[in-house]
Design a protein around this ligand. Structure first.
Ligand SMILES: NC(=O)c1ccc[n+]([C@@H]2O[C@H](COP(=O)([O-])OP(=O)(O)OC[C@H]3O[C@@H](n4cnc5c(N)ncnc54)[C@H](OP(=O)(O)O)[C@@H]3O)[C@@H](O)[C@H]2O)c1
Length: 331
């Protein structure tokens, strides 16, 4: 049996109930993974409280087990699976259709699993992979970041923010981050931001325009949503781009295309489900992310570890903006 968190009705952190579930035997193309570390992502909160985008909520079965990524060890292998052995250390970072990582053990499609190199620990993998694969999509596919770019990054001390700030700096970009407190500002600087704006103390539009000599940034990466989304266009240079990838503060209102014409702005909305739907593309992103972790381009250690049983506390910390870096459940 595997202790498993189940959500039977949408609600607060307390609706995640621990139950015993038989994970079953792997069918064709599946492996059974015994988890050692599980990543806690803001998306898990969105699913639990019902604030994920409507198309994602519509696909969600209820009851369901939250969780989009984990690391662990292969315990059994189903018919037709090649390339894996019992005992292999593996991980996955996935989407709504394979949601269910908050469990001690589960079946998973083998083609969406990757082996972990010796140099990447299970906790590092669970802390980094889902977010880093997201960052890969954002800074390689949506807006290929290059040396000299100036970036506005919201929630720069968060899980995605900490990875994006460091990776973009490594590519030679200048990152202007926004955060909600002085303590987070210090962290965001250590993660790779050159300038940090504490929202609530300073107007981020005025400060970004001052920092860029009135020109604006090349691109804004926004995972915060409604509280900053529209205002952020006033920080973007002519022909610059807005990459929206999340809505921690709430879903944005629909955008009138006329908004974009004043400065010839480009707008896109990243979704991991879309960008990682193709298994080959997903595996390639994972390979490059693991290489970037091993080489130090993606920094490790910006995470907080919680015991598996404390998942509600992890959710509450993240939801109330107390958390920084990534959050991991250890088994
Ligand atoms: N599209 C995708 O496939 C994809 C994949 C991964 C992540 N995401 C999105 O990326 C964003 C970051 O994810 P994460 O897991 O790394 O979370 P996170 O950044 O560690 O946490 C969210 C941060 O958002 C900021 N925030 C601003 N207003 C908030 C509010 N009203 N409530 C809560 N937080 C608020 C907070 O930072 P401050 O206190 O500093 O403002 C908070 O720490 C989320 O929106 C997530 O859904 C999207």
């Amino acid at each position: 049996m595997a202790k498993t968190f189940v959500v039977k009705k949408i609600g607060g952190p307390e609706v995640m109930e621990l139950v015993d579930v038989d994970p079953g035997k792997p069918g064709a193309g599946e492996v059974l993974i015994r988890h050692t570390a599980i990543g806690v992502n803001f998306a898990d909160i969105h699913y639990r409280r019902g604030t994920a985008p409507p198309h994602a909520m519509a696909k969600l079965p209820i009851p369901f087990t939250p969780g989009l990524e984990a690391a662990g060890v292969i315990e059994a292998i189903g018919p037709g699976v090649t390339g894996f052995q019992v005992g292999d250390r593996v991980a996955y970072a996935t989407a709504t259709n394979t949601i269910g990582a908050y469990t001690e053990a589960r079946l998973f499609p083998a083609d969406r699993v990757f082996k972990l190199p010796k140099g990447v620990s299970d906790v590092d993998a669970a802390a980094l992979l889902y977010r880093a694969i997201t960052v890969h999509g954002i800074i390689r596919s949506c807006y290929p970041v290059k040396s000299g770019n100036v970036i506005l990054l919201h929630a720069a001390a968060g899980g995605v923010g900490s990875i994006l700030a460091g990776w973009a700096k490594n590519l030679g970009a200048t990152v202007i981050g926004t955060v909600s407190s002085d303590a987070k500002a210090e962290l965001a600087k250590s993660y790779g931001c050159k300038h940090v704006i504490v929202t609530g103390k300073e107007d981020f539009v005025a400060r970004t325009m001052a920092l860029t000599n009135g020109k604006g940034v090349d691109v804004c990466f926004d995972g915060v949503g409604i509280d900053v989304f529209l205002k952020s266009f006033d920080c973007i240079r002519r022909y610059g781009m807005m990459v929206s990838f999340g809505q921690a503060s709430g879903m944005m209102d629909p955008v009138d295309p006329v908004l974009l014409q004043h400065q010839g702005h480009y707008l896109t909305k990243f979704s991991g489900s879309t960008y990682n739907e193709d298994t080959g593309e997903y595996q390639q992103r994972a390979k490059e992310v693991l290489a970037a972790i091993e080489s130090g381009v993606i920094a490790r250690g910006h995470h907080v570890v919680y015991p598996f049983a404390d998942v509600a506390r992890a959710h509450a910390d993240m939801e109330s903006r107390r958390s920084t870096g990534s959050l991991v459940l250890q088994l």
